[in-house]
Design a protein around this ligand. Structure first.
Ligand SMILES: Nc1ncnc2c1ncn2[C@@H]1O[C@H](COP(=O)(O)OP(=O)(O)OP(=O)(O)O)[C@@H](O)[C@H]1O
Length: 327
């Protein structure tokens, strides 16, 4: 698949005003985004996500590296490359707050040079699709955050750009509205073939709608892989063992030395052991430790994990996962 965005060796440092020290916000990162894909850009606070997004949509200039959008380098032909991108950033700055919902849509549809009839048709269609018809006469500054968010995405759609960048699109939304926004984003990608890059701290949203994630920590990429692969990789190695007795101190010590990621939950006579086995043959080492005291294994289950747990392990460096470049 042809990438629609190529980020190559991107670097950005901030100088602190009046101080000698500087912060490397983005440290030589490279990744690609494919047409029609929903990519999650993740990382803990201060990882460098917003700086990366702002560089992609041209709000700040990188110190070095390239961003190529549809084959056009955004430093060589800035306006041309940026014409392929719309952004919905924090605070929905792409909306006119003193205009109504309908007026906003009409204004942006008009900007595309559509005829009056086409503007009306496009706006009616979007009001319908985004479930905003009943609010068409409401001023934007009177709308709830969820409604504003939906309108901001509708406006981004109107620009007819191939790529939509979204910074925390579900932040502060109630559960129902968050689901509504997720569905809209899936529709935007699948039915309108738009490419979406989304930055979010909500791992449920990421697990629900993203095909692939790029995880940044301290300005560098620690993982670039499909969500499905990460879930499978982790699912395949997380086990829960129900044991028919308690483990001895020696067994617990050996577990600690051999399996850094595990949890031991003793009960009165029985116990539970949750453990990760990055290599399947490690199961034999585990059984050797259990055999030492003839510990009965009553059941072994695969432990299911959610994306949030995987994300935490990756950023804490607990999960050995090579940076995989998906194609
Ligand atoms: N304008 C600025 N001047 C100086 N330092 C900055 C500036 N903007 C960001 N930084 C610093 O750069 C680093 C990366 O910040 P960035 O906002 O890109 O992270 P982020 O991953 O988006 O974080 P969050 O999830 O908290 O929004 C942080 O250490 C931040 O303090």
């Amino acid at each position: 698949m042809e990438p629609i965005i190529e980020v190559k060796d991107l670097y950005k440092m901030y100088k602190k005003r009046g101080m000698k020290e500087s912060i490397t916000a983005v440290n030589h990162i490279s990744f690609t985004v494919n047409q029609g894909e929903i990519l999650g850009l993740l990382g803990p606070n201060g990882a460098g996500k917003s700086t990366t997004i702002k560089m992609i949509c041209g709000l700040i200039k990188p110190d070095s590296g390239n961003i190529i959008i549809k084959g056009i380098d955004n430093q060589e032909k800035r306006l041309k490359s940026l014409s392929h991108i719309s952004a919905v950033l924090e605070g929905n700055r792409n909306l006119y707050w003193r205009l109504t919902v309908r007026e906003n849509l009409e204004y942006f549809a008009g900007n595309r040079g559509l005829s009056r009839k086409d503007v009306a048709e496009t706006v009616d269609n979007l009001l319908e699709q985004f479930n905003l018809k009943h609010k068409e006469k409401e001023l934007v500054n009177r709308l709830s955050r969820g409604m504003q968010q939906k309108l901001a995405i509708a406006v981004a759609m109107l620009a007819d750009s191939d790529v939509i960048l979204l910074d925390e699109p579900t932040l502060g939304l109630d559960v129902e509205t968050s689901y509504e926004v997720r569905e809209l984003l899936l529709k935007v990608a699948n039915e309108y073939n738009r490419t979406i890059i989304i930055s979010s701290h909500d791992m449920d949203v990421i697990q629900d709608i993203c095909e692939r994630t790029v995880i940044i920590n301290n300005g560098t990429i620690v993982t670039d892989d499909r969500v499905e692969n990460l879930l499978k990789l982790f699912d395949a190695r997380a086990y829960r063992l129900s044991l028919g007795s308690l483990l001895s101190v020696k067994q617990q010590q050996l577990l600690k030395e051999n399996f850094p990621i595990h949890e031991y939950i003793p009960d009165t006579f029985k116990s539970l052991l949750e453990i990760e086995l990055p290599k399947s043959e490690q199961i034999y080492d585990l059984f050797d430790i259990l055999k030492l005291e003839s510990t009965p294994v009553e059941a072994i289950d695969k432990k299911t994990v959610n994306f949030e747990q995987i994300f935490m392990k990756i950023v804490k460096g607990e999960m050995q996962h090579e940076v995989v470049k998906s194609s």
